[in-house]
Design a protein around this ligand. Structure first.
Ligand code: PMP
Length: 372
């Protein structure tokens, strides 16, 4: 069975598993405990993992906050900023193509009196920088724009967005869940980006672990945002709860491997994408339409309409051989809001399939499409 749903989740790298196991068994200490070696060893492992994440992202390790994943990071940042800054403004800007963990958080905040602008996107799901500029008001407290779209792979121009947010003096958050480990991200190049969300299981780390980047800047924002989880004050007081050391160690290992292999992986994923695109064109020619762009995107992701074919039926037919999806696993029961936002009709949305690859597969495995 060929697994082509790597935007939903990925297989843990064998070295990630090996790195994690000791922290479930002999090194099971709580890193917040004191004086004995179980605690020291766990604490040091967390420090090392945090350093790997910081190297991957181009930030300092004290700017990394461990969470349970991007859903929590998105909630923590958006609600945390909204709550703390509610006396200075109540306006948030986001896009129509965010993940539900951003959209539903914004909808919740609307019920609490916040005003949210949902920006339109172009036919590949990217925002127009002029639209963002026009949407920023005196009472805007946060802009939250997805970096790389989970259904289409399109990358937003984060440099332009970051520069605009510096000019307008407004906080910027980005959901970078799908780009980390697949696109070069050096946060030192994005001074306007104050917050980032990411998840370990999207780049061969374990599930249930992720993080937020919170920039240490003149605003000292980390100490200001209202925590989602109050408690023992772990993670600099912004995210309480005993650290999941085994998961953090696995996450750190995945970050180390991702950084060491980034260029090769990008090249490999791009080759796989071109190869599969050509195979699909050859096999299905006028019966398919590609929804994704071919440039400025996450490599290894194809989003394609099979004209007149119901995607659920097609996925079931493919399932003995190929695992793919209609789009986001998190909202698979509803027609995609992302594809609707780029202007597809309901019929077109219902005939679309996403194939997302990983660096673990090769072209020969993709040849299975020739046999369909
Ligand atoms: N944002 C994006 C863009 C995603 O693709 C996902 C996962 N599908 C999430 C957020 C949520 O991540 P998690 O389920 O790991 O919390």
């Amino acid at each position: 069975m060929l697994y082509l749903d790597n935007c939903a989740t990925t297989q843990v790298h064998p070295e990630v598993k090996d790195a994690m196991l000791p922290y479930l068994m002999e090194e099971f200490g709580n890193p917040s405990s004191k004086y004995y070696s179980f605690a020291e060893n766990a604490k040091n492992a967390v420090i090392e993992a945090r350093n790997h994440l910081a190297s991957l992202l181009g930030c300092t390790s004290s700017e990394i906050i461990f969470t349970s994943g991007s859903t929590e990071s998105n909630n923590m940042i958006i609600k945390g900023v909204a709550d703390y800054f509610s006396n200075q403004g109540n306006h948030i800007i986001t896009t129509k193509v965010e993940h539900p963990s951003v959209l539903e958080t914004c909808k919740y905040l609307e019920t609490k009196g916040f005003e949210v602008t949902y920006l339109d996107v172009d036919r590949f799901g990217r925002i127009n920088i002029k639209d963002l500029e026009n949407a920023i008001k005196d009472h805007t407290i946060l802009v939250s724009i997805i970096w790389g779209n989970n259904e289409l792979g399109s990358l937003n121009d984060m440099e332009a967005i970051s520069n605009l947010c510096v000019k307008e003096n407004v906080f910027l958050h980005s959901d970078a869940t799908q780009v980390i480990g697949k696109v070069k991200v050096d946060l030192s190049n994005f001074p306007g980006l104050t917050f980032l969300s990411f998840s370990g299981h999207k780049f061969h780390g374990p599930k249930g672990i992720g993080g937020s980047f919170i920039r240490k800047d003149q605003y000292d924002i980390l100490t200001k945002i209202t925590p989602l989880l109050h408690g023992g004050g772990q993670e600099q007081g912004v995210r309480s709860g005993t650290l999941a050391v085994h998961n953090i160690v696995g996450f750190g290992k995945a970050a180390e491997i991702a950084l060491d292999n980034l260029n090769q992986n990008i090249e490999h994923l791009s080759e796989l994408e071109s190869y599969l695109t050509d195979l699909l064109k050859e096999k299905f020619n006028e019966h398919i339409i590609f929804n994704n762009d071919i440039i400025n995107k996450i490599p290894g992701l194809i989003n394609v309409q099979f004209k007149g074919v119901n995607n659920e039926i097609l996925l079931k037919k493919l399932a003995p051989l190929i695992a793919a999806s209609t789009g986001s696993a998190c909202s698979s029961s509803k027609p995609s809001h992302v594809l609707s936002a780029i202007g597809l009709t309901l019929d077109q949305v219902r005939s679309t399939i996403r194939f997302s690859m990983s660096s673990y597969i090769n072209k020969v495995e993709l040849d299975i499409f020739k046999k369909l």
